[in-house]
Design a protein around this ligand. Structure first.
Ligand code: WTA
Length: 662
């Protein structure tokens, strides 16, 4: 490092707030600081600004309907179609402009570029194919696909005919696919033969087929052939399966009229982890969700039609839904898709893509930033990243050091960094700085967005003093919010509302949304999110339920009981620690350890793989028999343990502690 660099590092280290760069503010989509006050005074009508970002076939007659809490409705009476908003309305002005720029993992493979006209054509053909298969309005179509263009094409085709999609992350296991298809009664699956990971072709259809074996009803499958012949696996399609080329290309040139959907009609389902073992089917609607994705893309990501916007998330997660597909396409911009990992073939792959396509925004996750930081700045330094105008992060808290590294080495101190807090359930961003308005404080996501009413409260619901830890709550509804959990209104109320609402009240003001995150707020209203307070852990920005992992482990022969907690991890944020009691006659040996790891990979997927498996004759329990999870977390973290004398079995602690490798 040169002296100048050292000096700069020292200065950055001390600085705890950053003004948005003047050059950015001058051109920002939102730069008027009065927006906070205006939205507050004008709530809920302020959200007409979001609805105005869309084209409506029928104007809505009510902005917000709070008459049946917590089943809130937005833009009621309005009708629209999401695919028409993402495609058709851009054709006149932007038909020749690029909608999706797709980069495959192999560097010797040609990239695929879809203009808005191309995408419109392919979506229409796919919609015609789905119709022919019998997919009707409100039939749930499952997609189990990696980052290939047919995924957004299939999603938009579903949206066009009013069939909700349910995308299952391709890295999830066969079991996870089956659980989700069963839960959603989904009779249709779109998947692919395989894809590339770090240079190797992966057999994806084999996994999909294993999943289908456990689906309880009849299904029909469409298979996209992603792999070129040389790398393709040998598969015979079953009778209820056909190739995408056959299904879709039979409809060359077809035009499918976009179905007018009610604002409140379901656009998609997305399964996510919660406190119990069973994933939750989060339901998002057409009007509220799409307007939220569009408005936040405009206000926070500062997307303009002429941009080349790059989000490195996977479409299999909510970030990809809102900020690779729906938000960017609703705004008519160019959205990038990258199939591979950031370190293949080299650790500069993302920077090479940013340079080659002159990406204007980069939206990624803290876990990726920590990896970039560890690899070193020589990788971004090899590339011209001056096209970038804004940087974003999402998924987990970002520590100030990683934030500053991102700001300096990727943004060259010229790009605002938006640290965006939100969830699958919120549909889009909720707490973050407006990049053209607010100063940034590394480590703090920022104030709630205009029109969003966030409070940090204690267990009784009273607001806590600035600086003190409490619970994040959202006091007013917003258009992008989930409407319910699929076919489970009761669980919806229990999971998100019961904690802080007067559930007997029919006045919406008495209802408070609880995201299950801990947080603190400073004097300026900046919120620092501290992490989940339920049994959800966040591994590399991926949300996993400890109960789901436990049930996968307990399914392994030789395991009697298991407790899973998240322990701190330098790169992943959190890692899975599994404490396991063996059945009589079984040893906690390498063989069982491997079987447990395999069990988790089969039950959920490799992302949930335990970092450590700790065998123990007993789990620490309270007198009432509850497993002391907090204690297990402290043990995983090698932290100082508090008083353990209230345990029923204090003696087990030392023996467990000895086994944890730190
Ligand atoms: C966490 C991802 C701190 C949080 C969009 C939340 C964050 C969970 C941030 C949702 C952030 C997300 N700072 N924590 N900027 N963003 N989280 O549903 O715990 O996969 O509840 O949605 O991620 O994860 P989900």
């Amino acid at each position: 490092m040169s002296d100048a660099d050292t000096e700069l590092e020292a200065r950055l280290e001390e600085q705890d707030s950053f003004e948005p760069p003047e050059s950015f503010v001058e051109q920002a989509n939102v730069s008027n600081p009065d927006i906070y006050e205006e939205f507050e005074e004008n709530w809920p009508e302020c959200w007409e600004a979001a609805a105005d970002m869309l084209d409506w076939e029928t104007e809505y007659d009510q902005t917000f309907d709070g008459s049946n809490p917590p089943f809130f409705e937005w833009f009621t009476g309005g009708e629209l179609n999401a695919s028409a908003n993402c495609l058709d309305r851009h054709l006149d002005e932007r038909g020749d402009e690029v909608a999706i720029e797709w980069v495959g993992e192999p560097t010797d493979e040609a990239n695929r570029t879809y203009t808005y006209e191309d995408l419109h054509r392919e979506v229409n053909e796919a919609a015609a194919a789905l119709r022919e298969m019998g997919v009707g309005e409100d039939d749930v179509v499952t997609m189990y696909m990696p980052m290939i263009p047919e995924l957004p094409i299939a999603m938009l085709a579903c949206a066009r005919i009013g069939a909700p999609h349910s995308v299952v992350f391709a890295g999830f296991s066969a079991d996870a696919l089956a659980t989700r298809m069963n839960a959603a009664d989904s009779e249709y699956l779109i998947t692919c033969d395989g894809y590339y990971r770090r240079g190797d072709p992966l057999d994806h259809l084999e996994k999909a087929n294993e999943g289908l074996d456990n689906v309880e009803h009849d299904t029909e499958t469409v298979v996209v052939e992603r792999l070129p012949e040389d790398d393709a696996f040998d598969h015979d399609l079953r009778d209820d399966q056909r190739l995408w080329v056959d299904a879709v290309h039979a409809h060359k040139g077809a035009e499918v009229e976009p179905v007018a959907r009610d604002a409140e009609d379901m656009l998609f389902l997305m399964y996510t982890s919660g406190t119990t073992g069973e994933p939750k089917g989060v339901k998002h609607t057409t009007g509220g969700y799409l307007s939220w994705a569009a408005w936040t893309s405009h206000a926070v990501l500062d997307i303009k039609p002429e941009d080349t916007y790059f989000c490195s998330a996977d479409i299999g997660w909510i970030t990809g839904h809102s900020y690779i597909v729906y938000g960017p396409l609703a705004l008519g911009t160019t959205t990038m898709m990258y199939e591979g990992t950031p370190d293949h073939p080299e650790r500069d792959r993302l920077w090479e893509i940013v340079e080659e396509y002159e990406a204007t925004q980069l939206y990624t996750a803290p876990t990726a930033i920590r990896a970039f930081m560890k690899w070193g700045s020589e990788f971004p330094d090899q590339h011209d990243l001056s096209s970038l105008r804004l940087l974003g992060t999402v998924g987990e808290p970002i520590n100030p050091r990683a934030w500053k590294w991102y700001y300096k080495h990727i943004g060259n101190e010229e790009c605002p960094v938006v640290d965006t807090w939100w969830q699958t359930e919120t549909g889009g961003m909720m707490v973050t700085t407006l990049p053209g308005v607010k100063e940034m404080k590394p480590g703090s996501a920022g104030p709630a967005l205009p029109g969003i009413d966030a409070e940090i409260v204690d267990t009784t619901g009273e607001q806590v003093e600035p600086g003190r830890a409490g619970y994040l709550t959202i006091q007013k509804p917003w258009p992008g919010m989930l409407r319910t959990l699929y076919q489970n209104d009761e669980r919806f109320v229990d999971e998100y509302w019961r904690e802080y609402s007067d559930t007997d009240s029919d006045d919406w003001r008495d209802w408070t949304y609880f995201p299950e995150d801990g947080a603190k707020i400073d004097e300026d209203g900046y919120i620092t999110v501290l992490g989940r307070v339920d049994d959800v852990i966040n591994v590399s920005g991926h949300r996993l339920g400890t109960m789901e992992i436990e049930s996968a482990i307990v399914g392994v022969e030789g395991v009697a009981e298991a407790a899973v907690v998240g322990g701190d991890h330098e790169m992943k944020g959190e890692a899975v620690y599994a404490y396991v009691i063996t059945e009589d006659g079984y040893d906690g040996d390498e063989e069982l350890r491997d079987a447990i790891i395999q069990g988790v990979e089969d039950g959920i997927g490799p992302i949930a793989r335990p970092e450590q498996v700790i065998f123990t004759p007993e789990l620490p329990k309270t007198r009432s028999g509850k497993i002391m999870r907090r204690l297990l977390e402290d043990i995983a973290n090698g932290a100082e343990l508090g008083d353990t004398s209230t345990l029923r079995n204090p003696d087990v602690v030392a023996s467990i502690q000895e086994q944890v490798q730190k």
